[in-house]
Design a protein around this ligand. Structure first.
Ligand code: HEC
Ligand code: HEC
Ligand code: HEC
Ligand code: HEC
Ligand code: HEC
Length: 196
């Protein structure tokens, strides 16, 4: 009887230790950094303003994706505060009046040696923004940026689960995640396509 209890206690301890490692590891593994400004996509893309993604996320003449818009675009509407939210106050006082760019932390940003052409995906292949970025374009607040202390990668690239089990199609964008979709769609790829 007591031998059984010993085994049970051992098992219980083992499970508890695993649980602490499993749940605690991501907390230790990831450095958490707040965005420089609270921005709500929902305010701009929702019913109030109904702006298209393309109003802020454009391509230049050469077909290069312009990424996150600069402060000049924000200033077309926010030269002075339109409402009384603290976030907008911060925008106007800390960035628009001194004419400073906002140092956004880009969740999806790949290492410098990776080449990712947006137009091939969104224009030619007509893949939705949601497929790779989830509901970000309609989110009402910015979650903190999480950087893996060992690999230096953003958690959005590494994947939310440390065992690599994806919870959604956009969860994780490592090399294997790019290639899996290319394979599914019959795209022939070579190293130089993505590493220039
Ligand atoms: C008013 C301008 C504006 C509009 C309209 C807009 N965005 Fe954004 N977008 C931003 C700004 C500013 C950021 C940087 C802050 C952030 O990460 O949200 C951003 C960032 C993003 C990012 C994050 C990239 C990353 O990995 O950090 C995605 C994805 C995105 N936008 C998708 C969309 C989609 C999809 C739509 C249309 C439904 C859209 N946006 C409409 C201004 C805009
Ligand atoms: C077409 C006009 C327009 C543009 C361009 C625009 N905004 Fe806004 N923005 C608004 C309006 C309208 C509101 C709602 C104001 C209110 O009632 O509080 C708003 C609200 C905000 C707020 C207040 C909190 C919230 O709801 O998000 C922030 C912060 C903000 N915008 C940031 C930005 C940034 C950063 C850019 C540039 C990437 C930008 N806006 C571009 C019109 C615009
Ligand atoms: C096939 C996947 C995929 C699709 C579809 C996609 N993106 Fe991205 N997006 C990425 C990747 C990968 C990056 C990182 C690129 C890099 O680091 O060079 C990124 C980066 C971004 C960024 C940050 C750019 C920067 O470096 O500052 C924004 C903003 C963005 N995407 C918005 C959008 C919007 C808006 C759409 C829809 C029109 C869209 N994306 C569709 C995969 C995708
Ligand atoms: C959801 C599916 C999907 C994902 C995820 C995806 N791709 Fe693609 N990719 C495509 C498709 C489809 C094409 C072919 C587009 C066309 O030419 O019609 C393509 C084409 C490309 C091309 C060739 C473009 C050219 O010059 O012809 C490169 C480079 C590329 N992808 C890089 C990447 C990288 C890097 C990632 C990961 C960060 C990635 N892709 C993730 C679907 C995807
Ligand atoms: C479809 C696009 C794509 C292709 C094709 C591709 N890579 Fe990558 N590669 C990536 C992306 C995205 C990353 C960054 C994320 C990661 O490390 O998984 C990466 C990262 C790497 C790294 C760094 C990994 C690390 O852990 O530091 C090496 C090395 C590499 N690739 C080698 C190769 C070689 C060799 C080939 C050809 C056999 C190749 N890649 C083909 C997209 C691609």
């Amino acid at each position: 009887m007591s031998r059984h209890r010993g085994k049970l206690m051992f098992l219980g301890g083992l499970i508890a230790a695993l649980a602490v490692g499993w749940l605690g590891l991501p907390i230790v593994l990831y450095e958490t950094i707040d965005q420089p400004l609270q921005f709500s996509h929902a305010t701009h893309t929702g019913d109030l303003l109904g702006m298209d993604c393309e109003a802020c996320h454009t391509f230049d003449e050469a077909g290069r994706f312009c990424g996150v818009p600069g402060i000049a675009l924000c200033a077309t509407c926010h030269e002075e505060a339109l409402g009384d939210s603290p976030a907008e106050q911060h925008l106007v006082e800390a960035f628009i009046h001194p004419n400073l760019e906002i140092p956004w932390l880009v969740y999806a940003r790949q290492p410098d040696n990776v080449f990712f052409p947006h137009a091939a995906h969104t224009v030619l292949a007509e893949i939705s923004c949601e497929r790779c970025h989830g509901p970000h374009g309609h989110s009402d607040r910015l979650r903190p940026y999480q950087r893996n202390r060992i690999s230096g990668y953003s958690r959005d690239i590494w994947g939310s689960n440390i065992a690599g089990i994806a919870s959604a199609p956009w969860d994780g964008m490592k090399m294997g995640d790019c290639s899996r979709c290319h394979r599914q769609r019959g795209i022939v790829e070579s190293c130089q396509d993505c590493h220039k």
